[in-house]
Design a protein around this ligand. Sequence first.
Ligand SMILES: [Zn+2]
Length: 356
Amino acid sequence: MANPLTPDVLVDPVELTRALVDIESVSRDEKVIADCVEDVLRSAGHLTVERLGNTVMGRTDLGREQRVVLAGHLDTVPINDNWPSTVVDDLIYGCGTSDMKSGVAIALHLAATLPDPAYDVTYLFYEAEEIESEFNGLRLVADSRPEWLRADFAVLLEPTYGAVEAGCQGTVTAVVRTHGRRAHTARAWRGVNAIHAAAEVLRRLEDYHPRTVTIDGCTYREGLNAVRVNGGVAGNVVPDECAVEVNLRFAPDRSEQQAHEHLREVFQGFDLEVVDSAPGALPGLDAVAAREFLTAIGVEPAAKLGWTDVARFAALGIPAMNYGPGDPSLAHAPDEHVEIGRIRDGAATLHRWLAR
Ligand SMILES: [Zn+2]
């Protein structure tokens, strides 16, 4: 197949968005798109290019004082009657238009057309963001090629509809267990009911006052919720065990460890087991490149409440933000689309920041 990402497509981030969308790349099937992107980066001449699986990295080595990363995932969720792309008025429809080939297009357009940026730039196009994290290209790079990610600041071009989302909240899932003693319900006084004992767990959840925390002007709203309850043996048995699964979303001023400790305090006296957790990420707005980025964008950052790959950079000590042209509420939707004007604005804005 001839590479559809030709020089005249690369100069136009809108055409490039369409071309990228029209290379099918559902998670685990990113070889073709990664080949095309690698080819573009290698022919740029001013980039050092490396590849790991279907993740491709191209970077300038101009000896600038600061290095920034522009990153985007190449994969999409499964196609849903929305491929290849179509254009209706000023909207491009199709799988991946918002999440996040319009963002990838902006980064790839800059990689190909900006040989002399104000910072050294690492462009990272990675695989398998939309599926289990064991396949996540950014995670694989962090594990085996952490030097690719070394930078002062990173921008992920995930859909934010032109807003800047800084940092992200962490998450912990834990199981709180209550114990009792089994007995026949006809002689219930011989037993201890573990489900009744869970009432205190639920009461603590109901009484819980989640914090609202503002860091660097970004407001994070925490939350602690029961998300599942398991218990019961049979219709005539006093149950001896009940498990309440709880999920804490925590602001990034707590470390993962502190979040675990916080849960142990809330459920003091109960048996608590952490089953899954991921750290949050501080907004990191004091990095020079981050401040200059915000000046160029000209919008106040907002907190990211969900967990995103931004946290993978934060774990390496690199402040990172999300900024992309797509509308996040359209991600994964059958009528997924992106506004052409947003793509042009995003490309022009990032160009202004990098070409300064
Ligand atoms: Zn995405």
